[in-house]
Design a binder for this molecule. Structure first.
Ligand SMILES: [Zn+2]
Length: 184
């Protein structure tokens, strides 16, 4: 296990070897994924109460994390969760893209922005989805995306990004990052 896996926690190892417990810091991977899933569901509702989710650069950043950009094979929980939650808000049309096992042009039903969706399985335990913006039709309302990308659950897989690219943060820091608005 490398340092990054230790910091983020490793999916199979942590849940199999960690004894159950309620003391602080003993949250399992599943616990953190549940917290993440609930928070991101509420975050999509929050984005929609202000504008479209497409108007949030940090939403676009999260759904656009692609391990192949880092020449590694990993999937990021934040990316998978957000794509899963928001897929109902996009109309999709299959496109040919030899780099992916499955590729679609996804158009936002709300503002018409379009994204290229890709899905690929790198191994039995690592499959990743990604949605990269093709055309954004709406003015930004959210704060600009930052690097290293702060993540609460983070990546798992073979060969992980380093801390100049993605960084593990406590939940409250991630929460603030995802909700921050562009200064007016
Ligand atoms: Zn939109």
């Amino acid at each position: 296990m490398n340092l990054f896996q230790k910091l983020f926690g490793s999916k199979p190892v942590m849940t199999a070897s960690s004894p159950p417990g309620n003391h602080r810091g003993s949250q399992t991977f599943e616990d953190r994924e549940t917290v993440l899933w609930n928070f991101l569901n509420e975050t999509i509702a929050y984005y929609k109460s202000i504008s479209c989710y497409c108007a949030f650069p940090r939403f676009r950043q999260m759904i656009g994390i692609d391990c192949t950009d880092y020449r590694k094979a990993f999937a990021v929980s934040e990316t998978e969760c957000l794509i899963g939650i928001s897929s109902q808000f996009f109309a999709s049309q299959p496109v040919s893209n030899p780099g992916e096992a499955n590729s679609e042009l996804r158009t936002c039903k709300n503002c018409g922005s379009s994204y290229l969706f890709g899905w690929q399985d790198f191994s039995i335990s690592v499959n990743r989805s990604v949605m990269k913006p093709v055309r954004i039709n709406i003015e930004d309302r959210g704060a600009a995306a930052l690097v290293p990308i702060p993540l609460f659950v983070g990546p798992s897989g073979h060969g992980l990004p380093d801390r100049t690219q993605m960084i593990p943060v406590p939940f409250d820091v991630f929460q603030k990052y995802m909700r921050e608005l562009k200064p007016s």
